[in-house]
Design a protein around this ligand. Structure first.
Ligand SMILES: Cc1cc2nc3c(=O)[nH]c(=O)nc-3n(C[C@H](O)[C@H](O)[C@H](O)COP(=O)(O)O)c2cc1C
Length: 135
């Protein structure tokens, strides 16, 4: 089995709160990810995206190259990319959370030089809890 990685980035949306943009991203993402062994979660708070991508190193990095070029967001900042044994989001080709309460927390990630690894993992684990609660 290829080595799995989990990548986490934050970015700023180029348009504010456009539902159609999210619908389009999720439609393409869910189809592509499901057939390419990619799982994860996307969050949007009206201003920023965060996304966790899990899969083979080659698969995640190739997808990330495409995502980075996407002009529906900017200031893409990869905060973590680590080998993993187990997926956190294994049942979701791309889960999605919209929550305006993320604005404050995610905004910090653009100011800090490099957030502590523990802090980033805690944030990802919180997203996982949230996703599991919502089912
Ligand atoms: C915030 C954000 C997250 C995205 N996540 C994914 C994803 O998980 N999987 C995916 O296939 N495309 C995702 N996309 C869409 C890609 O950027 C890209 O449009 C899509 O993969 C089609 O690639 P292409 O335009 O090079 O054909 C995302 C786009 C944005 C803006």
């Amino acid at each position: 089995m290829p080595q799995l990685i989990r990548l986490f980035y934050v970015s700023r949306a180029t348009q504010k709160g456009v539902d159609q943009v999210i619908t389009d991203i999720l439609r393409v993402a869910r189809e592509f990810n499901a057939s390419n062994g990619i799982t994860g979660i996307l969050t949007f708070d009206g201003e920023h995206f965060t996304q966790v991508l899990e899969g083979s190193g080659a698969g995640v990095n190739a997808l990330m190259t495409r995502i980075t070029r996407d002009d529906r967001h900017k200031d893409v900042r990869v905060l973590s990319s680590e080998p993993i044994h187990d997926r956190y989001f294994q049942q979701w080709a791309m889960n999605y959370i919209y929550d305006i309460r993320l604005v404050e927390e995610v905004s910090q990630y653009f100011g800090i030089i490099q957030p502590e690894a523990d802090e980033v993992i805690e944030f990802i684990e919180d997203l996982r809890e949230y996703a599991l609660r919502l089912g």
